[in-house]
Design a protein around this ligand. Structure first.
Ligand SMILES: CC(C)(COP(=O)(O)OP(=O)(O)OC[C@H]1O[C@@H](n2cnc3c(N)ncnc32)[C@H](O)[C@@H]1OP(=O)(O)O)[C@@H](O)C(=O)NCCC(=O)NCCS
Length: 177
């Protein structure tokens, strides 16, 4: 992954994250979100979101940069107590993984998933889960290629159907090739 680098984000990155988040959502969700929901996406709402995330303390946010130092992606995860009924111990909830289109399909997403899984494993977490828009088929193919299995019932985000995916063993995800 010499083409890309990453670093932990801090509260000082909230503005950068808000702008990157909005740009990624606009690239990803055109046609997937209802027009009025899409039109209502705003930088101010994203800035409030990221400032709130950095108040949470336990949340882990990572920024990814390309070879020119341009910020091209981010990930966000937190420890999760409840999913899968607690049967498998504490797990990690992947809240977000987004790359600018220009940085996609070059292995960066897989590298960032392994990085998150390694952080979870080092934090004593056993499994990982996430939710994704049901119609976001490229992302679903990516998670499936990373070894994820679907579980649970359909959910919804901003009135749009979502499905859940999980990995029983974050150690295996961390080592996934
Ligand atoms: C989904 C995402 C994180 C994947 O990261 P990426 O760097 O593009 O993916 P990688 O290059 O690491 O791909 C790893 C494997 O996943 C699968 N895959 C990735 N993108 C795929 C796609 N669009 N269609 C089908 N399979 C895909 C492939 O098997 C791929 O291996 P290959 O390139 O050798 O065929 C990235 O494309 C992205 O940010 N997309 C837009 C935002 C988004 O939808 N985020 C998820 C929200 S829940």
């Amino acid at each position: 992954m010499s083409e890309f680098s990453s670093r932990a984000a801090t509260e000082a990155d909230a503005q950068t994250l808000a702008a990157l988040n909005l740009a990624c959502w606009r690239e990803t969700y055109v046609g997937l979100l209802p027009a009025e929901t899409f039109a209502a996406l705003s930088l101010g709402e994203r800035l409030d979101h990221w400032r709130g995330v950095f108040q949470m303390k336990g949340d882990r946010v990572t920024l990814a940069m390309d070879a020119a130092g341009e910020t091209v992606g981010f990930t966000h995860w937190r420890a999760h107590e409840l999913a899968l009924g607690g049967r498998l111990g504490r797990g990690g909830e992947i809240c977000a993984i987004y790359l600018r289109r220009s940085a996609q399909r070059r292995g960066l997403g897989g590298w960032l998933m392994r990085l998150m899984a390694e952080e979870m494993r080092a934090s004593g977490l056993k499994w990982a889960s996430l939710v994704v828009l049901r119609e976001n088929l490229p992302a679903r193919r990516f998670y499936e290629a990373m070894g994820a299995r679907r579980f649970g019932h359909e959910l919804s985000w901003r009135s749009v159907p979502q499905v859940a995916y999980g990995w029983r063993d974050v150690g295996r995800l961390a080592a996934h090739q």
